[in-house]
Ligand binder design. Structure first.
Ligand code: SAM
Length: 282
C-alpha cells in the first residue's frame, strides 16, 4: 500500500498524530494535543477506558480503537488502510509519550512504510521530566526502560551496565522498586550517585537524591516511598560518579552563594575530600 495522490500531486491520505498525554497533572495536556484529539476521526489508545476518562475531562467525544501489544500487528494494517482512505488518526498511550515503553512502534512503522505522514504532538514523558530535575549529567544518557522482572535477568542487565559512563535511566513500578535498588547497589556500587523521581507532577511528587545505598535505605525504611510510579536515574561510572564529588558539588553550590568561586571550591574540596578541579562548573 502507498499513499494516494490527487490530480495535483498532493497526498489525499490522512495523517497519524502521535500525541503525548499527561503523566499525572491534567494541566499538562497541551492546547495542540487537545485540538488534535478533537479533530481526528478516531483515537488509537492503549486502554480505551483510561483514555475515555481523559477525553471526558476535556469534553472530547471520539471513537476509540484499542491498540496494545497483543493486537497491534493485526490492527495496524486496518488503521493504515483507513488513513490511506483519507482519515486522520491519533495515537495515545495511558500516560506520557506513546512508544516510550508503550505500544505504537508497529503502527508508526506500518504508517511510515505506507507513505503516511506521521506527526508528533510532543508533551510529557516521565523520562524527560525526571531527567530535567535529577541534577545528574544530562548531556548524554541511556534510557533502559524497565529492567527485567526476574531477579537473575535483572542482575545480569545491571552488571552489564556497570561500566557505562552515561547517566542511566530506568522506569520502575512500586512492586519492584525495593529489589531494584538493592540489586543496583550490588551491581553498580553503594556509593554511586542516584536520583529517584516518584509520582512526578502528582500530589505526592518526591525527588530523592544521594548515593544508591542512601536511596535503598530510605525506600526500605518508609512504605510511602515505595508507592506510585518511579524513574530511577543513576550517575554513570567513573570519577564523576564518586560520592565525594557529589558531596563536594553540593557544598560548592551552597558555599559559592556567600564566597568567591575559588574559595568555595577550595573549602568544598577540603570538606568533601573531592579533587578541587572536579567541583568547578559541575
Ligand atoms: N510512555 C510513558 C512516558 O512517556 O513516560 C511511560 C509509560 S511506562 C508503561 C510507565 C512507567 O513510566 C511507570 O512505571 C514509571 O516508571 C514511569 N512513570 C510514568 N508516570 C510517572 C510519574 N508521574 N512519575 C514517575 N514515573 C512515572
Amino acid at each position: 500500500m502507498s499513499a494516494p495522490l490527487n490530480p495535483t500531486g498532493v497526498s489525499t491520505c490522512g495523517s497519524l498524530y502521535v500525541v503525548a498525554t499527561p503523566i499525572g497533572n491534567l494541566g499538562d495536556l497541551s492546547p495542540r494535543a487537545l485540538e488534535t484529539l478533537g479533530r481526528v476521526a478516531a483515537i488509537c489508545a492503549e486502554d480505551t477506558r483510561h483514555t475515555r476518562q481523559l477525553l471526558a475531562h476535556f469534553g472530547v467525544e471520539k471513537p476509540l480503537q484499542a491498540l496494545h501489544e497483543h493486537n497491534e500487528d493485526e490492527i495496524a494494517e486496518r488503521l493504515v488502510a483507513r488513513m490511506l482512505a483519507g482519515e486522520s488518526l491519533a495515537l495515545v498511550s495511558d500516560a506520557g509519550t506513546p512508544l516510550v515503553s508503550d505500544p505504537g512502534f508497529r503502527l508508526v512503522r506500518a504508517a511510515r512504510a505506507a507513505g503516511i505522514k506521521v506527526s508528533p504532538v510532543p508533551g510529557p514523558s516521565a523520562l524527560i521530566a525526571a531527567l530535567s530535575v535529577a541534577g545528574l549529567p544530562s548531556d548524554r544518557f541511556v534510557f533502559e526502560g524497565f529492567l527485567p522482572a526476574k531477579a537473575a535477568a535483572r542482575r545480569e542487565r545491571l552488571a552489564a551496565l556497570s561500566a557505562e559512563t552515561r547517566t542511566l535511566v530506568f522506569y520502575e513500578s512500586s512492586h519492584r522498586i525495593e529489589d531494584t535498588l538493592a540489586d543496583a547497589v550490588a551491581a553498580l556500587g553503594a556509593a554511586r550517585g542516584a536520583t529517584l523521581a516518584r509520582e512526578l507532577t502528582k500530589l505526592f511528587e518526591t525527588v530523592l537524591d544521594g548515593t544508591l545505598e542512601d536511596l535503598r535505605a530510605r525506600v526500605a525504611a518508609d512504605v510511602n516511598q515505595r508507592k506510585g510510579e518511579f524513574v530511577l536515574l543513576v550517575h554513570g561510572a567513573g570519577e564523576e560518579a564518586d560520592a565525594k564529588v557529589i558531596e563536594g558539588r553540593r557544598l560548592y553550590a551552597k558555599l559559592s552563594e556567600h564566597l568567591s568561586p575559588s574559595t568555595a571550591a577550595k573549602l568544598a574540596a577540603e570538606l568533601s575530600g573531592a579533587p578541587r578541579k572536579a567541583l568547578y562548573g559541575g
